[in-house]
Design a protein around this ligand. Structure first.
Ligand SMILES: CC(C)(COP(=O)(O)OP(=O)(O)OC[C@H]1O[C@@H](n2cnc3c(N)ncnc32)[C@H](O)[C@@H]1OP(=O)(O)O)[C@@H](O)C(=O)NCCC(=O)NCCS
Length: 317
């Protein structure tokens, strides 16, 4: 039977259905490729779908064409969504419901969301991929190549280091109303993350994250910055960015000390580290972090200087 398929930017009232597509496709992939023990089977109310809907709403608020849907009649059967920050396009979602996979819907969606990036002037394209051969096929066909995977590290009971007074750094709390500090953090993002993204920093701070710009005590020059947040179900460390690779450990140590100051005793913590950042691993292991999984990273070129960076999260980097 011929299928009538439509591709177009998502309407706000379709984001919940698009999040459902993600949950169905993601669970099916996990089962198919990795198997799953019973205690890993997600409960219907585990928040995964709500979190995806919130993520999609955030991207949709940037511009409606940052989220595309594939429709069979009026049923959403596929979703593609991307975050665009200056010259950088990052694919956050590409999912097709299991029964409609392998018939070209993903290809159509990816072509359209990629074209949105080109039209926005992007020349740097990236994403984190599942192990599904169909996804790998699509991304390699798009001309993206594998980069070092990102590492999701968790500390259920962290042992944060004590503060060090001799690290040569001066701390300036991140205050969204302090234009000079925010501009300097933007400059660091441009150098290390690859692009500025002031809207993300402001949103994270408004949601309760705290952090500091760090300057060198000897020269007064910027050294890096970090954010930490203890507001969610688990604490998050990141972004952590150092202008010089050899100073990453000191900037990370400041972030860990800030996390240790959280009043939420017993909180588990998470940090996502690019595979390029070898220097992050030993101090994170010492603080009780252990790897949970690696994610495939595909990109058209290096995005930033990731040997001295830790992400905020896998979607917005
Ligand atoms: C990845 C995904 C979005 C692709 O969408 P899709 O509609 O299934 O993909 P398409 O039919 O457009 O393309 C599949 C490609 O994989 C190839 N392929 C490789 N292995 C395959 C397999 N086992 N079965 C079917 N196709 C396969 C196909 O030949 C096709 O390439 P081609 O167009 O060059 O011939 C979809 O399969 C999906 O949702 N997968 C599960 C979730 C996932 O991994 N999402 C990606 C997250 S990064």
């Amino acid at each position: 039977m011929a299928e009538e398929l439509t591709y177009r930017p998502a309407r706000s009232d379709e984001l919940a259905a698009a999040a459902r597509v993600y949950v169905l496709a993601d669970n099916d992939t996990d089962q198919r490729l990795h198997g799953r023990s019973l205690d890993e089977v997600p409960r219907p109310d585990d928040g995964e779908e709500t979190a995806a809907r919130d993520d999609l709403a955030l991207l949709h608020a940037d511009a409606p064409d940052r989220v595309w849907v594939a429709l069979r009649g009026d049923e959403v059967v596929g979703v593609a969504a991307a975050a665009i920050r200056e010259r950088h396009w990052h694919l956050v979602y590409l999912f097709v419901v299991p029964e409609a996979q392998g018939r070209g819907i993903g290809r159509e969606l990816l072509e359209r969301i990629h074209a949105v990036g080109i039209a926005a002037g992007c020349d740097l394209f990236s994403l984190q991929a599942s192990d599904d051969p169909k996804a790998l096929t699509r991304y390699l066909a798009l001309g993206l190549g594998p980069h070092p995977p990102s590492i999701d590290l968790r500390a259920p009971a962290p042992t944060f280091p004590p503060p060090r007074v001799d690290d040569g750094l001066e701390s300036h709390p991140l205050d969204p109303d302090d234009a000079a500090v925010m501009a300097t953090v933007g400059d660091i993002d441009r150098l290390v993350r690859g692009v500025r993204r002031p809207q993300d920093l402001r949103r994270w701070l408004a949601a309760g994250a705290a952090g500091s710009l760090l300057t060198r005590r000897d020269t007064g020059a910027p050294a890096g910055y970090y954010l930490v947040s203890d507001r969610g179900e688990q604490g998050r460390i990141g972004p952590v960015a150092a202008i010089d690779e050899e100073r990453f450990a000191a900037v990370l140590a400041r972030a860990l000390v800030a996390a240790a100051a959280s009043p939420r005793a017993g909180l588990a913590w998470r940090i996502d580290v690019p595979g390029e950042n070898r220097g992050a691993i030993a101090p994170l292991f010492a603080a009780g972090f252990r790897p949970r999984r690696l994610s495939n990273v595909f990109a058209s070129a290096p995005i930033g200087r990731f040997d001295r960076y830790a992400y905020h999260d896998e979607d917005l980097l």
